[in-house]
Design a protein around this ligand. Sequence first.
Ligand code: ADP
Ligand code: MG
Length: 587
Amino acid sequence: MKKHLPILALAAAVPVIALLPLPDFWIAQLNYIGLYALVSMGLVLLTGVGGLTSFGQAAFVGMGAYTTAWLTLNLGLSPWLTLFIGLALTGVSALIVGLITLRMSGHYLPLATIAWGLSLYYLMGNLDALGKYDGLLGLKSLSVSDIDIGQGRLFFVLCWALLIAGAVSLLNLLDSRPGRAIRSLKGGTQMAEAMGINTFRYKVTIFLIAALFASVAGWLLAHFQRTVNPSAFGLKMGIEYLFMAVIGGVGYVWGAIVGAGLVKLLDDWLQVALPALIGTSGSYEVIVFGVALVLVLKYLPDGLWSVVARKFPRPPRPMNWQNADDLPVRSKPAMGEPVLVVDKIRKQFGGLTAVNDISFDIAAGQIVGLIGPNGAGKSTTFNLITGVLSKTSGRVTFCGADVSSLPSREISRKGMARTFQHVKMIADMTVLENVAMGAYTRGSSGVMSSMLRTNQAEEQRLMKEAQRQLERIGMGAYLHEQAGNLAMGPQRLMEIARALCCDPALLLLDEPAAGLRHKEKQALAQVLRQLQGEGMSILLVEHDMDLVMDVCDQLVVMEFGTLLTRGTPAEVQANPAVRAAYLGTEH
Ligand code: ADP
Ligand code: MG
């Protein structure tokens, strides 16, 4: 209930405001704020949550606006029909632009969206059919059976009802299986891909959703202003939309409304105040916005809403999953049968052979330790097996299937789960939500069902599984803790629980004891012994010799990329070559 408070408050406020005897000017202001907030809400998803910066949102607003303007004026179509035509056109364009640009990294994506925004602006301004820079005039206001709802208070209700619906659907989305995948995008793609998530597809998806939000705003704007011209959809507006999202709080859905309100009011005020101050008129407000943006980014990098969000942290999800069905489990190789066969895998980085024809295998129920001095090639071997790096040559067979050329998310889907040498998690998500990401491939609900919240049965199953795996390794007390607040030890255990959520046939752990204190190491060793007792197959890369000798059945020793020897811990310890190469330097 508490979680829905902002939505309920806003939903209750809208009809009250509509009935209050406010001056028309303020209603018009609120209408603009609602329109702008709709666009920047899309940007919250795209930029704030997904980490993809777009300056081109105004162009999508323009597509929605021009589509309805041209079709209603020239073909006499109903605006309620042209809304969907506009959405379809925007969707197709966003898909094409997204598929081309979203593989770009770093600054290329923002640059590409600037180019896209500019080209559409000049296209709108130069096409005769679109009235060139004068635009299209004389649009009809929106109406429902002769009642004009396109102006004033009724438009306010329409616009803000759409805004609230948009906010609710985005909040629903972020709190779901695809939502957790979207929230993982900002931190790089490696972890998400290792959970079986197709990160590129989600980038395109949020680009599309943001564009559709913009298109709806454009449709509303066109019929509200009853005229469209390119100036409302140029790069300056593209920058302002981004600015609204950043000021309000780029990761927060509600921040979009705060940001839109502030920018609109500030913009109006500055247009009056600045000429009076400086004595001349011009677009000086852009400079003030620039300075304000720098200040916000410096002192409140998460935007204004982050202050509110910190004051009222999100309470734990009010969901009861104790009666949910268990997730189906995969069939795994029987004890002693081969799980992993590594056959002469090789990796060359230019002239350096980091991994030189390494072969070994793991039988079901075994814990195999991969050890060797720093730079021996352990992590590279790990990445070759999990599909993060491509092999120069060699073969990896997992549960009887050749996975040599599969990407990491396909390998993970087959039941190979891993942790990372440097913990990779979503710090502002709860431990439970982080762990539920591990079960991503065991669910199927998509964006639509998550927005409409028809995904709840599956969500309950995923949460139940996440809780079960956390309790399995003794982390039951941390379910609703923010992952970022955990100490190193529990963070590493959380990663193991996340990997277990994938129902793995093989678990790969990359230096799970690194950075742990003595007590935390003991807890980790306890968890590994327990998993061993349950018959889990594990490949363990680890520096801590006590731990390795304690839990491993077999050791594979690497040095300078080559296989030095392999055998039981006792055999390896007795091997003079190993003592010279490795243990001698360590102990
Ligand atoms: P370990 O995990 O055993 O410490 P790594 O697998 O990280 O060793 O590294 C093995 C060797 O490969 C090192 O000499 C390292 O410098 C080199 N190496 C690792 N990754 C790359 C890379 N992406 N490009 C070039 N050289 C690399
Ligand atoms: Mg390493």
